[in-house]
Design a protein around this ligand. Structure first.
Ligand SMILES: CC(=O)N[C@H]1[C@@H](OP(=O)(O)OP(=O)(O)OC[C@H]2O[C@@H](n3ccc(=O)[nH]c3=O)[C@H](O)[C@@H]2O)O[C@H](CO)[C@@H](O)[C@@H]1O
Ligand SMILES: C=C(OP(=O)(O)O)C(=O)O
Length: 419
């Protein structure tokens, strides 16, 4: 099992490129199921989750090949589908596999998708995906761990989800593009990956309004056509590097990063004492590594993202003063805390709130990654800890970061992968 070895204490300087967003690429790969014509996706990040999604789509008969136009572009062709099933073996390794449900049902009138189940950060049910599709006329049963859905043709409906759900909004949005009549999604997610998907669908011939707001209106069409689309830059990868530089100190430009998608994160890092400036397609962060601990609360976009909670917590651990961190999205997304404490962090947990007492010094140790962003938080802590930190189980990190250690090394970090 691969590990990362980090020798802390180096400043980070230079320039790196931010990859396409995992959480946009995954639904957009699934959107290829909505048309019989080829779809070209550019700026696809090189991640384990993308490989898993491609494997799943290939099992269904989607032909995939690299594009001749660019190294990071892929062509997907769902002209000859042979299976409408997402098997447990693939879904269990990546929850985003649930995103094939809406497109399969809308285009083929049937789908059999394994229930994803929970994961380290929470129980993560998909009841809202199911209820939304039922409201659109689908006949759905859950049997032997599978969602079995049928509908001759989905019908437009007004759907208000019980909570804001990102993949729920995406599944229903994709399904509604081919439904008969108008669908209105109320309480829709506004995370930038949702409007990016909507823009791709519009370029495929879908009729969508209101994406990027909490009310999305979709007028179904008979069929969609091929498209060439560029995946939006990954705001969470960019935010992770902002935190790494803020904590370790240094001066780094993130090429391709979009500051307009990172406002809540940038505000908090400025409050902590980092200096951040931005322009069209770049963000620059400079820090002397002497920060204040800042309190924050995760919530739906545009508020502070849960996917940045572990990384900013790592920054808080070495800040001056104390901070309270409330996690409101997932019920058990604090698994990194005991590992941060192994590095000397001082943290107490009270339900869904963590109280961090900053300390000037962390000391390297062996720690275990428990989920994707927890791993990123531990890497940040390792960059500032004295001596050597080993981060074990980094397969979690590889799910969602495109060669994080290579980029950090380019910036001057002493970090290497042990195989
Ligand atoms: C692939 C992808 O895009 N993943 C992101 C997506 O996950 P994902 O789309 O799975 O997360 P949701 O937005 O759906 O989850 C929000 C909350 O709603 C609950 N819920 C959701 C759906 C449902 O049917 N029933 C239900 O109870 C969840 O358990 C959670 O407590 O948004 C999360 C919240 O920004 C991010 O952390 C993930 O990185
Ligand atoms: C929780 C995450 O991803 P997923 O929804 O794919 O588990 C994440 O990207 O931090």
């Amino acid at each position: 099992m691969d590990k990362l070895r980090i020798r802390g204490g180096r400043r980070l300087n230079g320039e790196i490129a931010i990859a396409g967003a995992k959480n946009a690429a995954l639904p957009e790969l699934c959107a290829a199921l909505l048309t019989a014509e080829p779809v070209t996706l550019a700026n696809v990040p090189k991640l384990h989750d993308v490989q898993t999604m491609l494997k799943l789509l290939r099992v269904m008969g989607v032909a995939t090949r690299p594009s001749e136009s660019s190294e990071d572009a892929l062509v997907l062709d769902a002209g000859r589908i042979v299976s409408r099933e997402a098997p447990y073996d693939l879904v269990k390794t990546m929850r985003a596999s649930i995103l094939v449900l809406g497109p399969l049902l809308a285009r083929f009138g049937e789908a059999r998708v394994s229930l994803p189940g929970g994961c380290a950060i929470g129980t993560r049910p998909v009841d809202q995906h199911i209820k939304g599709l039922q409201a659109m006329g689908a006949d759905i049963v859950v049997e032997h761990g599978y969602i079995i859905a049928r509908a001759e043709r989905l019908k437009g409906a007004r759907i208000t989800t019980d909570m804001v759900t990102v993949t729920g909004t995406e599944n229903l949005l994709m399904a509604a593009t081919l439904a008969d009549g108008e669908t209105v999604l109320e309480n829709a997610a506004q995370e930038p990956e949702v409007p990016d998907l909507a823009e791709m669908l519009i370029a495929m011939g879908a009729r969508i309004e209101g994406h990027g707001t909490s009310r999305i209106r979709i007028e179904g069409v008979r069929e969609l056509h091929g498209v060439s689309h560029r995946v939006v830059p990954d705001r969470i990868e960019a935010g992770t590097f902002l935190c790494a530089v803020a904590a370790a100190g240094g001066d780094v430009v993130l090429r391709g990063a979009r500051a307009d998608h990172l406002e809540a994160v940038i505000d908090k890092l400025r409050e902590a004492g980092a200096s951040i400036e931005a322009g069209d397609g770049w963000v620059r962060v400079a820090s002397d590594g002497k920060l204040r601990a800042v309190s924050f609360r995760t919530s739906e976009y545009p508020a502070f993202p849960t996917d940045m909670q572990a990384q900013l917590m790592a920054v808080d651990c070495i800040g001056e003063g104390s901070a309270s961190i409330a996690e409101t999205i997932f019920e058990s997304r604090f698994n990194h805390i005991p590992e941060l404490m192994r590095l000397g962090a001082r943290i107490e947990v009270d339900g869904r709130v963590a109280l961090v007492q900053g300390t000037p010094r962390l000391s390297g140790a062996t720690v275990m990654a428990t989920d994707l962003r927890a791993s990123a938080g531990l890497v940040i802590a390792g960059l500032v800890a004295d001596g050597e930190t080993i981060v074990d189980r980094i397969y979690h990190l590889d799910r969602g970061y495109d060669r994080m250690e290579v980029k950090l090394r380019e910036l001057g970090a002493d970090i290497e992968r042990l195989r």
